[in-house]
Design a protein around this ligand. Sequence first.
Ligand code: FAD
Length: 524
Amino acid sequence: MIRVFQVKCAYENEVEAQLIKKLHIKKEDLLGYTIHRRSVDARHQKVLFSYVIDCSLKNEKKVLKHKDVQPCPDETYHFVSSGTRIMNTRPVVVGFGPAGMFASLILAEAGYQPIVVERGSMVSLRKEKVDTFWQTGKLDPECNVQFGEGGAGAFSDGKLTTRSKDSRARKVLEELVDFGAKEDILIDAHPHIGTDAFLKIIENCRKKIIDLGGTFYFDTCLKDIKTKQNKLAEIKINDTWIPCENMILTIGHSATDTIRMLHQNGVMMENKPYAIGVRIEHKQEYINRAMLKDYATDPRLIPARYQLTHTASNNKGVYTFCMCPGGYVIPSSSSKEKLVVNGMSYASRSGENANSALLVQVNEEDYGNELFAGLQYQEDLEIKAYHMAGDYKVCLQLAKDYLENKVSVRLDDVKPTYALGYQFVDLNELFDPAINQALHEALIVFEKRVPGFVSEGALLSAVESRSSSSVRIIRDHDLQSNIQGIYPGGEGAGYAGGIMTSAIDGIKCAESIICRYQKHDTMK
Ligand code: FAD
């Protein structure tokens, strides 16, 4: 089997002919092929798709010298072998976001029957609670866009982009397809799932883990831990203490109560740089025109995406992140009287607007070096934003008015998609001067690079404050914290950013337990 790069054609039904032409082989020499990766190449005069093809030929040696050909790598995921230590209690996974889902799945597939503890509700009930918040402003602090089965990725655009060549990435994508995602995610360079499709996938993942002997406790929060000789001994879930030797801690970046509890119990952690900013919203039709030019209506390419970066003169990195084509800006708070926005889209990505986070990096220079100073900075900003707009309305300003330091008085072409209403404010009063300076400079540069980026009615919604964790839980080469038996993983522990990297990190945590321990007696 060989892998052939850069097979270019305009339509998928031309792939075979192009492959034969590129390799200078006869049709009968091609024994079979599959598409490994598909990306768009619209840089030239016409739109082409660039394919990576895995194929078998009658005589593969003959073409191996071609610059775009290599032997096909083995990307199959192989389970690690079980270790020899005796396991006295079943492993517990705290948090069922992407990291917890894949940690639990791997443990279950390897026969380790995990116990899953999730503070939010099962995904169907969670959706009802999130809908209630979006319709009425009544927030459940235990079950919302950040907390509940599926984690923070459940109400998202479901972008699954990763540059990782790790076989675990392939494993994640294949499992997602098994749970109901479209097979396209296996080959697209920019795969995405969409909120509507993701909710079903989460449910199917849970069902498989239960079939393999896993146990779930929803609406159940890890409240406390007890250690003996620097090893985890017991955990308190809601009001009940249970013995626990091995706990994968995949709690995401919003469980600040849990983070503080762990710190009080001696779990070591440190501040970590993160980013804050706004969501910028445009008409998708404008983004299509600005990005695709002559191809703005080509059904193979729309809705268009974009990604922009700039380093401001005060050295602050500014970048667009988590762009949601045809998406919605969503109320994403998890605590009362704190305002947080984020973005999502449905599988069809057919909404009228495009939105993206527009973020500025922040670090100890902005908030000081005491532990949790970054977390406090984030929370203060969310409280300030809440009080500027009130009742979970979003703080809103036209981008061009932000640059002129004036409160907007009316909308332009772009209508906000945020469900709980808006209040015009001057965002220059929300952020510190260094953040405003960086955002101003970046918007001016982006307008030059992409004409209309500011001037075509772009809206800024604030505050986008939960793009990554402000602390990192320190772990060793076994992925254990300084308290043995605690395996911090995923985004909240500071080792991932996004659905794919969190899922991969969850798998690594599960492997660390499997390769050290035998299965618990009751599992054999
Ligand atoms: P989380 O998904 O945050 O899961 C943590 C879980 O732990 C939660 O379910 C929480 O309820 C639970 N928990 C917390 N504390 C406790 C406790 N004490 N006891 C029990 N349970 C607890 N990333 C992408 O790659 N692509 C996207 O398109 C994308 N869009 C996003 C859109 C939105 C609206 C949001 C909020 C995020 C988006 N992200 C996206 C980021 C992505 O969702 C996260 O990176 C990812 O979910 C992190 O996974 P995780 O498992 O580490 O943590």
